[in-house]
Write a protein that binds this ligand. Structure first.
Ligand SMILES: O=c1[nH]c(=O)c2ncn([C@@H]3O[C@H](COP(=O)(O)OP(=O)(O)OP(=O)(O)O)[C@@H](O)[C@H]3O)c2[nH]1
Ligand SMILES: [Mg+2]
Length: 166
C-alpha cells in the first residue's frame, strides 16, 4: 500500500511508518489551508483533511494521510488538540482526533497574540524544534507521551476505521 503523509515533520512521518509498517510511505510538504495555528477542533480537523486530500490526489493507487495539531477551548481553558485524516484512492475520508492536554495560561495569552505554539514551545522550554521532537505533549507530560506516540495513536484510529470500512 502506497501512502503519502502531508508533512515533513518527523513525528508525523514516523507515526505513519509505525502503523503501516509494510506500506510504502513517502511525505509531501502540503498546505493545510487553515491558519498556521488552528484555534478549534473544526479548523484543526479541516487542516488534516486538506492535507490528506492533496496527498491522495498526488498519487495513483495510494492513500493520503494528514495530521494537524491545534488548540481549542474547554470551559475557557486552552487545550492542545490533534486531528488526523485518511483519504482513500476513491476519495473516502476517515478522521479521528488525538489526545488533548491543558496548556498553561501564559501560552494561551501568547497564542492569542498571534504566535504559533511551535515557536512558543521552543522559548517556553528553552529547547529547539520541540514540534519535531517530544512536542508540547511531551513537555507537559514529563515525556510520558511524545508527539510521535500521540500521532501513532491517531493513525491507528484512522487505519482501524479504514479496515472496518473496507
Ligand atoms: O511544539 C509543539 N508541540 C506540539 O505538540 C504541537 N502541536 C501543535 N503544535 C503547533 O501548532 C501549530 C500547528 O501544528 P502543525 O500540525 O502544523 O505542526 P507542525 O507545524 O509542527 O508540522 P507541519 O506543519 O510541518 O506538518 C504549529 O505551530 C505547531 O508547531 C505543536 N507544537
Ligand atoms: Mg505547521
Amino acid at each position: 500500500m502506497k501512502i503519502i503523509v502531508g508533512s515533513k515533520n518527523p513525528t508525523k512521518i514516523k507515526a505513519v511508518q509505525e502503523v503501516f509498517a509494510n506500506g510504502v510511505i513517502s511525505s509531501l510538504d502540503v498546505e493545510s489551508h487553515v491558519a498556521a495555528q488552528p484555534f478549534s477542533d473544526e479548523e484543526t480537523r479541516k487542516g488534516a483533511i486538506n492535507r490528506a486530500i492533496q496527498c491522495a490526489e498526488s498519487i495513483r493507487n495510494g492513500m493520503g494521510i494528514g495530521l494537524e495539531g491545534g488548540v481549542m477551548y474547554v470551559d475557557n481553558r486552552l487545550f492542545l488538540c490533534n486531528w488526523g485524516a485518511l483519504v482513500t484512492q476513491n476519495g473516502t475520508i476517515y478522521t479521528a482526533s488525538g489526545a488533548r492536554i491543558l496548556l498553561p495560561e501564559e501560552i494561551n495569552q501568547q497564542l492569542k497574540s498571534g504566535m504559533e505554539l511551535g515557536d512558543v514551545m521552543d522559548s517556553y522550554s528553552k529547547k529547539h524544534d520541540v514540534r519535531k521532537k517530544e512536542g508540547a505533549i511531551g513537555i507537559f507530560t514529563n515525556d510520558l507521551v511524545s508527539r510521535q506516540e500521540m500521532f501513532t495513536h491517531v493513525v491507528r484510529l484512522l487505519r482501524g476505521q479504514w479496515e472496518y470500512g473496507k
